[in-house]
Ligand binder design. Structure first.
Ligand code: APR
Ligand code: ZN
Length: 364
C-alpha cells in the first residue's frame, strides 16, 4: 500500500510503497476514507516532538473496516468507524474513572502495537505509526478498542475531523472546562482545533466569545464559527485587548496553539475566579512562567485537557449526531482537499496559516 513516511525531521514526508500485515487477535484493519492535516503531525515533522523514525504520521481519520482479527466483536467488515488516537485498556485506574484519554494500562512503545510489534514494514524494516494509527496511508491496523463504529450516512471527511479537531476543541469546552451558559470565553489560536473551541462555546451558549490570532483570515474564520469579537495579537498586546473588551478579563481562556508565551497570556487574560485551559500541545521541553500570587488572590484555575478529555465511544457518536442536527459545523471547516501525493502541500499551507482545516481524501 501507499503511505506518507517521515524519514527525517525537517524534511517533507515521502510517499512510499510499504507492506501492511493482516490484523492479529484483538486488532482491526481499516481502509482509510479521509484523514486530516493537523498541527500535531506538523510538530513531529518539524522535530518539535521526537519519538523515533521512520514513522507514518496521521492521527485524525475515519475509514471502513476491512478485516477483523480473532476475538474482535466490537466491529465487523463494512462498518464505518472514527479512529481514536488514544488506546483504552478498559481496566486501569484512568479508564475506570472514564478518563481513558490518559489510559495507563499499556507501558510499551506508543508507536507500535500493544504487543510491541509493528504491522507496517518497508523492505523488511519495521515502521513506527503515530498514535498506534498512522493514517497517512491507504490502510491501518489498529487495536479494536481504537476503532469506534458510527452511523453510515456521514461523509468520511466529517468523521475524520471528529476524530481529532472537533473532539479536542468541543470536548475542551464541555468535558474539561465545563463552560456555563452566559460566561465569557477567549480562544487564543483559531486553527482547526481553536475553531472547534469557538463553536463548542457557542454550543453551550457562552456569552462573549473572543477569538485571538495573529492572522486576519483566521479571525474571519473565527467569526464564521461563532466568535462575537476578534483580537489580532500582532496589533497590540492580546491580553490588554481582551481585558479592555471585557472590563478585566474572561471567565475562561483557552490556549489552542501549544506555545509557552500564549499559555502565559491565557492565564493573564482570565478574570478573578476564572479558568485558563491549555489545549494546544507545546513542543517538548517548553516552559511558561506565572505569578503565583495571582493564583491565590484571583483564585485562578489552570487546567489542561488532552483530546477534549473525551470518552470516544460516547463522545464520537454524540458529536456525529450534533453535526447531523446542524448544531456543529464540520464540513465548513474543510478549506482544502488533497490526495495523499499532495500531503506536503497540505502541511505547507497549514504552516502558512492559509486553511481552517485541510483533509486528505482517498478514492473510494
Ligand atoms: N498568537 C495568536 N495566535 C497564534 C500565535 C500567537 N502567538 N501563534 C500561532 N497562532 C495561531 C495560528 O495563526 C493558527 O491560526 O494558532 C493557530 C494554530 O492553528 P493550526 O496550525 O491549524 O493548529 P491546530 O491543528 O489547530 O492545532 C493547535 O492543538 O492539538 C494541538 O498539536 C496541536 O499544538 C497544536 C494545537
Ligand atoms: Zn490532531
Amino acid at each position: 500500500m501507499k503511505a506518507a513516511v517521515l524519514n527525517d525531521y525537517g524534511q517533507p514526508l515521502s510517499i512510499e510503497e510499504v507492506r501492511i500485515d493482516s490484523p492479529r487477535a484483538g486488532e482491526v484493519k481499516v481502509r482509510i476514507g479521509a484523514t486530516g492535516v493537523c498541527h500535531s503531525d506538523y510538530h513531529l515533522i518539524k522535530g518539535e516532538w521526537k519519538y523515533g523514525l521512520p514513522m507514518i504520521l496521521g492521527h485524525e481519520a475515519a475509514g471502513v473496516v476491512e478485516e477483523v482479527g480473532a476475538g474482535v466483536t466490537s466491529v465487523q467488515p463494512g462498518d464505518h468507524a472514527i479512529l481514536s488516537f488514544r488506546p483504552a485498556c478498559g481496566i486501569c485506574r484512568l479508564c475506570t474513572l472514564g478518563r481513558s484519554v490518559m489510559c495507563e494500562g499499556y507501558t510499551g512503545n506508543r508507536f507500535m502495537m500493544h504487543d510491541g510489534t509493528a504491522r507496517v514494514h518497508r523492505n523488511g524494516e519495521d515502521l513506527l505509526v503515530m498514535a498506534r494509527m498512522g493514517s497517512f496511508a491507504e490502510y491501518v491496523v489498529m487495536a479494536a478498542e481504537q476503532v469506534i463504529p458510527v452511523r453510515k450516512d456521514v461523509s468520511m471527511e466529517v468523521l475524520a475531523l471528529i476524530g481529532c479537531a472537533v473532539t479536542t476543541g468541543v470536548g475542551a469546552v464541555i468535558n474539561a472546562a465545563k463552560v456555563e451558559p452566559g460566561s465569557s470565553v477567549a480562544v487564543i489560536g483559531c486553527g482547526g482545533v481553536g475553531l472547534n473551541v469557538i463553536q463548542g462555546a457557542g454550543l453551550v451558549s457562552a456569552g462573549r466569545v473572543i477569538a485571538v490570532d495573529l492572522l486576519d483570515n483566521k479571525l474571519e474564520y473565527a467569526r464564521q464559527f461563532g466568535a462575537t469579537d476578534t483580537v489580532n495579537g500582532s496589533s497590540g498586546d492580546a491580553v490588554d485587548q481582551v481585558r479592555e473588551l471585557t472590563g478585566g478579563g474572561v471567565d475562561y481562556a483557552f490556549e489552542v496553539i501549544g506555545n509557552g508565551k500564549t499559555v502565559e497570556q491565557a492565564i493573564q487574560m482570565t478574570r478573578a475566579g476564572g479558568t485558563a485551559c491549555i489545549v494546544g500541545m507545546a513542543p517538548q521541553n517548553t516552559s511558561s512562567s506565572f505569578d503565583p500570587l495571582i493564583f491565590v488572590m484571583k483564585e485562578t484555575k489552570l487546567i489542561g485537557t488532552w483530546y477534549g478529555s473525551a470518552r470516544p465511544r460516547i463522545d464520537f457518536p454524540r458529536l456525529v449526531e450534533l453535526t447531523m442536527a446542524g448544531k456543529l459545523k464540520v464540513e465548513e471547516l474543510i478549506s482544502r482537499r488533497y490526495s495523499l501525493d499532495e500531503i506536503n502541500d497540505g502541511f505547507d499551507r497549514l504552516g502558512r496559516g492559509e486553511v481552517a482545516r485541510g483533509v486528505i481524501t482517498f478514492p473510494t
